[in-house]
Design a protein around this ligand. Structure first.
Ligand SMILES: NC(=O)c1ccc[n+]([C@@H]2O[C@H](COP(=O)([O-])OP(=O)(O)OC[C@H]3O[C@@H](n4cnc5c(N)ncnc54)[C@H](OP(=O)(O)O)[C@@H]3O)[C@@H](O)[C@H]2O)c1
Length: 287
């Protein structure tokens, strides 16, 4: 039995869909079972649990031998995931598959707070005595959905990065396919996989979007200070603004490029493309 933490989120929904497609035996540990049933459907086994309360994680993982672990951005992500790993061990889990950050941000010394927290969790997992696999995805294509309002309202995409900077990207549905394969097969203990199905630029995204919408959507590089100001206006907490600003700097400097064959190797299909992502999500970008 596989326990899944984070199954209702952007990536987690891909993991759940892929586990269902494989007919795998799994259970999602969720904070709110009613809300999760609306998101995931009534045929997914759900149990109430919260990483803020390790006893609920231990109870929820009873009978599980594997755990997929992901929680969203939070200033307490590090301590919560580490205590979830300890709870998993007490529950009898033998192998944890952790969804981490991309290679460029998971560092011992970094201004990217979430990157530092992922590094600490990875260290704790590797020292836990449990079997482990670490998935380090590149830039989620689904991040572009955050720009849907800008596309609809202003007809353009603005980011504080060069239009032609190469970025290793992945569609979260591919992450789900890879994670499901790793959770249901052997040979992944002690492995860390950087997952980027394709390498593309911000202007590749706007080109794909322009073609799909049938009108020109320009990409405009804006100063980082402007992007930080916009995040402040939206009421984003300071720690998250700091993290995002660091991330954008790493991205702008061209340090988040690269791709490899893991998506195809583990999913058994070609990586999803930007064009496919845009087509499948076109409704979000249309007026
Ligand atoms: N965006 C990128 O380009 C990128 C690239 C590489 C790595 N990452 C990493 O990906 C992760 C975010 O993935 P995502 O976007 O798929 O996340 P997400 O959509 O924010 O989903 C977070 C999930 O965690 C669950 N969760 C949050 N707090 C919890 C708690 N206290 N107890 C139990 N479950 C909890 C949420 O459940 P509820 O339904 O209860 O909210 C939800 O299912 C981050 O660690 C980030 O560093 C992101």
């Amino acid at each position: 039995m596989i326990g899944v933490i984070g199954g209702t989120g952007t990536t987690g929904r891909g993991v759940v869909a892929a586990l269902q497609a494989k007919g795998a035996d799994f259970r999602c540990l969720v904070r709110d079972t009613a809300k999760a049933a609306e998101t995931l459907g009534s045929d997914v086994e759900l149990v109430q649990a919260d990483v803020a309360d390790p006893a609920t994680i231990e109870a929820g993982l009873a009978g599980c031998d594997k755990l997929f672990l992901l929680t969203g951005h939070s200033p307490v992500m590090g301590e919560q995931q580490i205590s979830a790993i300890e709870a998993a061990k007490r529950a009898g889990v033998t192998h944890v598959v952790k969804l981490s950050g991309g290679d460029a941000i998971v560092q011992e010394v970094t201004e990217a707070k979430i990157g530092r927290a992922h590094w600490e969790i990875e260290q704790a997992l590797q020292a836990s005595g449990l079997e482990w696999t670490i998935l380090r995805p590149g830039f989620f294509m689904q991040n572009f959905l955050n720009m849907a309002g800008m596309v609809k309202g202003q007809g353009k995409v603005m980011m504080p990065v060069p239009a032609d900077v190469a970025i290793g990207m992945i569609d979260v549905r591919d992450t789900g396919d890879v994670a499901a394969e790793i959770l249901t097969s052997e040979g992944h203990n002690g492995k860390s996989y950087f997952l980027a199905g394709i390498e593309a630029t911000p202007s590749d995204f706007t080109a794909a979007l322009s073609s799909e919408l049938g009108k020109e959507i320009p990409f405009i590089q804006v100063p980082l200070e402007g992007a930080v100001g916009a995040m402040k206006e939206r009421g984003m907490p300071d720690w998250l603004i700091d993290h995002q600003a660091t991330l954008m700097t790493i991205l702008a400097e061209g340090n988040m490029g690269g791709t490899n064959g893991y998506v195809e190797q583990f999913s058994g299909h070609a990586p999803r493309t930007l064009e496919g992502f845009v087509k499948d999500n076109a409704g979000a970008f249309r007026d």
